[in-house]
Design a protein around this ligand. Structure first.
Ligand SMILES: [Zn+2]
Length: 346
């Protein structure tokens, strides 16, 4: 079965009014690199934009009206980082549409896995606000769609962007059907994502934050996956895994201070590919979030999709000189696991 790459040219219409890290060149770079790589088993799809009504699964009408209205004028900023220009509304609808089509394609078994190569990113957007380059929360929308349209009752949303997925966390904070796990840099934008944010009500224990000190590299991330993320999945047995796949934890990224390599991302994808086969017949969809160094983004997207297409990550690179000592990672993993004790036997 093929791997599906979903994207839409309207995603390029969200163009910053002044130099900005979140720019159309990101998608162009990733897409060109994928075409050049000529991966066996990768199929391209250009799904229609989302119908605006479906966005109300996640967002308030007031928020949607504000974004749509702002996109009609000469352009404006919804927060100090988040611009809206004339093409932003069609771009956001196209990104949401690709994300919905990605989860649908996986849910019906049309593909082995799906990757929505979209922008603007989404995981900082909450029900009522745009934030941190994000207008609509595509991963939250895809998750709600799986619950409402497909009747799923256990979805795992994994966010490996270097920034905490605060918007997604907000959407599912009291939801007993979604396990949200965010692995991010501690004390970094937007400042949320501490160990003691754990969900409430039906969602208590289903928000798991893994804030990591700066400098964690490939080995550290592997440890976090093997000792936190995968055991949680084994315990939760999700029916679907949706990934907020940012690539700004790459060592070249200007907006992160982590030390991951493209090989490290590929290995995370390999671990997930194997685990989702065990949990839910491989139902896995990834959605692009951050990643602002074009070379790092190109290499990481290709490496991850190569693994989804069935290749192995190959030999690891040398340990990077800037990496945090492994003992510090182990200590953090111990703290994270201790915070899980009241809720999880992992
Ligand atoms: Zn990010």
């Amino acid at each position: 079965m093929s791997v599906l790459l979903l994207s839409h040219p309207d995603c390029l219409r969200h163009v910053p009014p002044r130099p900005h890290p979140e720019r159309p060149e990101r998608l162009r770079a990733a897409e060109e690199a994928l075409r050049r790589a000529e991966l066996q088993g990768l199929e391209y799809l250009e799904p229609p934009p989302a119908e605006p009504e479906v966005l109300e699964l996640v967002h308030t009408r007031a928020h949607l009206d504000r974004v749509r209205r702002s996109a009609r004028g000469p352009g404006t900023w919804l927060d100090p980082d988040t611009y809206v220009v004339e093409g932003s509304w069609p771009a956001a609808l196209a990104a949401a549409g690709s994300c919905l089509a990605a989860v649908d394609a996986v849910a019906v078994g049309r593909c082995a896995a799906a990757f929505a190569l979209v922008r603007p990113p989404g995981h900082h957007a909450g029900p009522e606000r745009a934030m941190g380059f994000c207008l609509l929360n595509h991963v939250a929308l895809g998750t709600r769609w799986l619950i409402e349209r497909w009747g799923l009752r256990r979805v795992l949303v994994l966010d490996w962007d270097v920034h905490h997925g605060n918007g997604t966390q907000e959407v599912f904070y009291r939801d007993g059907r979604v396990l949200f796990v965010s692995v991010h840099q501690e004390g970094w934008y937007p400042g949320t994502g501490s160990l003691d944010e754990r969900g409430e009500g039906d969602g208590e224990g289903l928000v798991v934050n893994v804030p990591l000190p700066a400098g964690v590299g490939d080995e550290g991330y592997r440890t976090v996956f093997e000792e936190v993320v995968l055991p949680l999945g084994d315990a939760w047995t999700p029916e679907f895994v949706l990934v907020s796949a940012g690539f700004d934890a790459h060592h070249l990224d200007p907006l992160g201070r982590m030390q991951l390599t493209e090989w490290g991302f590929a290995r995370l994808a390999a671990l997930l590919r194997e685990a989702t086969t065990r949990w839910c017949a491989g139902r896995l969809a990834l959605v692009l979030e951050g990643g602002y160094d074009l070379a790092a983004l190109r290499a990481s997207v290709v490496s991850v999709i190569r693994v989804l297409c069935g290749e192995e990550p190959g030999s690891p690179p040398e340990r990077r000189p800037g990496e945090l000592p492994y003992a510090a990672v182990r200590e953090r993993v111990r703290l994270v696991r201790r915070a899980l004790v009241p809720y999880w036997a992992v």
